[in-house]
Design a protein around this ligand. Structure first.
Ligand SMILES: *Cc1c(COP(=O)(O)O)cnc(C)c1O
Length: 372
């Protein structure tokens, strides 16, 4: 048996979540956000599944955009942080990319760019997140500068919500009002809503919505799982027991001996660890799923292994499948136990998978196939 860790991507669930986003979006156009390797699910793979029913994709870098073009994805692609260097401007038109402009230096680079194939631009307005964007009062001047450039085609406005995951936070209504004023002043199309904005703030839908997380089946709202929003988990992270032992009362489990067996009991070892993207800070009690039962992780997470309390499944044996998250065990639950967000857990599984190392990506019904 090869190392049994597998990531299975449920493409039907991905399509289902897109339909759910479409339904919430109403008549708004939809830019599916696939940055960070499709939130760890595989950039090209996710884009291929979603492409038939999205209006554009949002990515974080020219590299991601190039990968999508090389894979034959023809939808408009938006660089959500714009260009990082002046040399990147020349790639926009030929590749059919849209670029966000969020600071003056990007406009300076544009002034030094002689142009070529036109590209569409988004002006990012800082309506209260105070991360990227021009203050609203700068909008007329920025707009003039962009309009004066021969390479700039259509111009739209974008802003980002800081607190939309908390439905009771008044900051969102204030951001929406500030953004609406920008739209009214200019008559341009606008986009404000991420997943939380789309699901929780109907007024924020505007012309374009930009869901990311919800497409992958997780809820953006604290204390909630995707199922409560009619979503289905796309990533299934599965491994297996690679060792089972009986440990006596008083045995201390794993690094630092941080957990002590209260009685003579069965302990299992699962092949997954922080080297695979499993959260290192997941404490004792973090659930894993074995044979329909949620079993608690015990002791510290190792690089390649975790230990679990098998008392609820004393008959468990080496080779038994263990689900780390996915259908039946929402990634949001694991994230909450580990003091982090579903976003982080999903993204972190990606890189090592790309290198073809620990986590094997499987499609369709291949998820349990094991190399000889
Ligand atoms: C990542 C991102 C999104 C998607 O956010 P989710 O919370 O995953 O839905 C939308 N817009 C911008 C600018 C982003 O960077």
């Amino acid at each position: 048996m090869s190392r049994p860790l597998r990531m299975h991507i449920d493409e039907a669930a991905l399509r289902h979540n897109l339909r759910r986003a479409r339904q919430a979006a109403g008549d708004s156009r939809l830019m599916a956000v696939v940055k960070a390797n499709g939130y760890g699910h595989g950039l090209v793979r996710v884009a291929r599944v979603l492409a038939p029913d999205v209006d554009a994709f949002g990515v974080a870098s020219l590299d991601e955009a190039r990968s999508l073009r090389e894979a034959g994805i023809r939808r408009p692609l938006c660089l959500l942080e714009g260009v990082f260097a002046p040399e990147e401007l020349a790639a926009l038109g030929p590749l059919g990319l849209q670029a966000v402009f969020h600071q003056d230096i990007q406009l300076d680079w544009l002034d030094g760019f002689s142009g070529g194939t036109p590209f569409d631009a988004w002006i990012k307005i800082d309506t209260g997140m105070h991360r990227l964007g021009f203050p609203p009062q700068r909008l007329p001047a920025v707009l003039r500068r962009l309009r004066a450039h021969p390479a700039v085609g259509e111009i739209r406005l974008m802003s980002h919500l800081a607190c939309a995951d908390d439905r009771s936070d008044p900051a969102t209504a204030a951001q929406l009002a500030a953004f609406r004023a920008c739209l009214a002043d200019t008559g341009l199309e606008g986009s404000l809503a991420n997943s939380a904005g789309l699901l929780g703030w109907p007024g924020a839908r505007l012309d374009w919505v930009r869901p990311g997380l919800m497409l992958y089946g997780a809820s953006p709202f604290a204390g909630e799982t995707g199922a409560q929003q009619g979503l289905r988990p796309v990533m299934q992270l599965d491994s297996a027991l690679i060792a089972v032992s009986r440990q006596p009362a008083g045995a201390r489990i794993g690094y630092g001996g941080s957990w002590t067996c209260p009685e003579d009991m069965p302990v299992g070892v699962v092949a997954v660890g922080y080297g695979d993207g499993y959260p290192r800070h997941a404490p004792t009690g973090t659930p894993v799923l074995l044979d329909g039962a949620e079993l608690p992780l015990i002791g510290r997470v190792s690089m390649d292994m975790i230990c679990v309390d098998l008392r609820a499944r004393p008959g468990a044996r080496v080779g038994d499948p263990v689900r780390l998250w996915g259908e039946g065990l929402p990634v949001e639950r694991v994230a909450a136990a580990a003091g982090t967000l579903a976003y982080e857990l999903l993204c972190h599984v990606g890189p090592r998978r790309l290198e073809g190392e620990a986590v094997r990506a499987c499609s369709g019904g291949d998820s349990v196939r094991r190399a000889e």
